[in-house]
Design a protein around this ligand. Sequence first.
Ligand code: SAM
Length: 232
Amino acid sequence: MKLSRKILKFTEPLTYRRGWRRAQRSIFPVPLQPMLAQIDPDRAQEIQQRYANSTAGYAKYADIQPWLKLNRERVQDLNLHRSAPKRVLDLGCGGGFFLFILKNLGHSVVGLDIDRVPLFGELLELFDVQRVVYKIDAFEPLPDLGQQFDWITAFSANFYLYHPAKKRWGTAEWDFFLRDLQHHLAPGGKIFFGLNPSYNGGYYTPEIRDLFLSRGAEVERERIFFENGARF
Ligand SMILES: C[S@@+](CC[C@H](N)C(=O)[O-])C[C@H]1O[C@@H](n2cnc3c(N)ncnc32)[C@H](O)[C@@H]1O
């Protein structure tokens, strides 16, 4: 790419924001070693070895180091490494990597997920991260979680896809969901979704993007951030 085009690309707001976040987290990465010292190394190794030859899609999570590094980026990008202790609910928490890091940084954490993948249960136990077993469904409120949260997050969680119909939630489903999340959010709370590309490659339809915006979100490609909760 020509230098002039590179410069132009860097000055585009989205490229600039992403570049700035990347730079910040690579200059001051939160150390993972003291966190790793909290877990049982023999158990971690045993889990890794047991899944080493597995062809299951989720087996990749048994090698915990790369996933901890990825989730450190998520934590730092949300500035949660520099924040006073918060109550964080992570939807579709998987093995609990994100919450494990947050817990080590002094936050109070709860995950929510279905109990389908035994490896995730084993990792949550290894990390000593609490999970509420629950399946998020369209037009169904979340269960009573016994507290409100300062942050509600979801990364690549896919609960907004209909299986096996290969359809994604529409605006009515998302609107119901956002309204329900508000009940679980403490005053001043924040919501963040890191979406996965959907069946056709996009992250959302123009209608869903408009809904996010109308409810007060900043939308940056796959990153949907409600800094002041969803607005109704
Ligand atoms: C690709 S994994 C991502 C896990 C984790 N968020 C991460 O980034 O490492 C997707 C997760 O979403 C969960 N999930 C999918 N559909 C869900 C639903 N309807 N309700 C709750 N969790 C769901 C899966 O069980 C799985 O743990």
